[in-house]
Design a protein around this ligand. Sequence first.
Ligand SMILES: [Zn+2]
Ligand SMILES: [Zn+2]
Length: 332
Amino acid sequence: MVLDKAVAVEQSPLVLRDVATPLPQPGEVRVRVHVCGLCHTDLHTVEGDLAPHKRPVIPGHQIVGVVDALGSGVTNYKEGDRVGIAWLHSTDGSCEYCGRGLENLCLNGRFTGYDVDGGYAEYSVVPAEFCYSIPDVFSDEHAAPLLCAGIIGYRSYRLAGIRPGENLGLYGFGASAHLVIQLARYQKCNVFVFTRSEAHRAHARELGAAWTGRAEDTPPEPLHAAIFFAPAGSLVREALRVLRKGGTLALAGITMSQIPVLNYELLYHEKIVRSVANATRQDGREFLQLAGQVPLRTEVELFDLAEANQALQKLKKSEIRGAGVLRVRPAL
Ligand SMILES: [Zn+2]
Ligand SMILES: [Zn+2]
């Protein structure tokens, strides 16, 4: 499903057509795609909210499939191995950020389905060092949402600095939040979920939320940390209002509407507001291992590859429960 030109997703900009099968370059593997998860970033790519990098481009960066060809020099995978491909496609390994363990901020980082073709396709290529092994406990379709929603959720959770038994707020309850709540419950945190959608509130309670409400509501106890999955900057003030002294508010979205002027008293007492950008391979490996241990349950709604436009339209309207996943080929 190829994007030539970014327009509103209601106009179905993705086109099903044949393209040349990619060849793995030295150090790369080619993956025969089984499934690819849907992400809001795909929607931002398709609609042009993100500056265009590659045109035409095949979106998709939560890919699960099997290695089907090896570039020269690849020794850590063999044909037939099941692997995942995530948003971080490659880095230079040499810039100041890579040197400081912040490869997510690499000056020359390249991203799957944005700088290079992604997983809304039958094949995708990636440097072997940027592949992930998938725990056996997950089927292909249930593993797909772990690769972006899960990994970025995990980095946000880590950067929010929440400790076992503390109170965590989640703003928005889509694909990431429904994984983070399970991780937080596994670590004995009390989770308070803020969302406008009654369906999402009910889902959060099923997954162990201690309380649910709207962003304007006041939870029974103040929060030690909160993670924003909602792209609504206007709600930052509401979150700071119910955050304890020294608490962190982590903003996990790749885009967000404007944050209104804040009275300093909302931020005083060493509260921290920080963004979260991309994730490192270490985040991915740690998270996938933990996800298998818990094990995290992903709820997925399946679509055929050719239905990618309709699936993204549903994502835009928050009509997908859990995570949307495109089925490219049936699992072997
Ligand atoms: Zn994503
Ligand atoms: Zn770098």
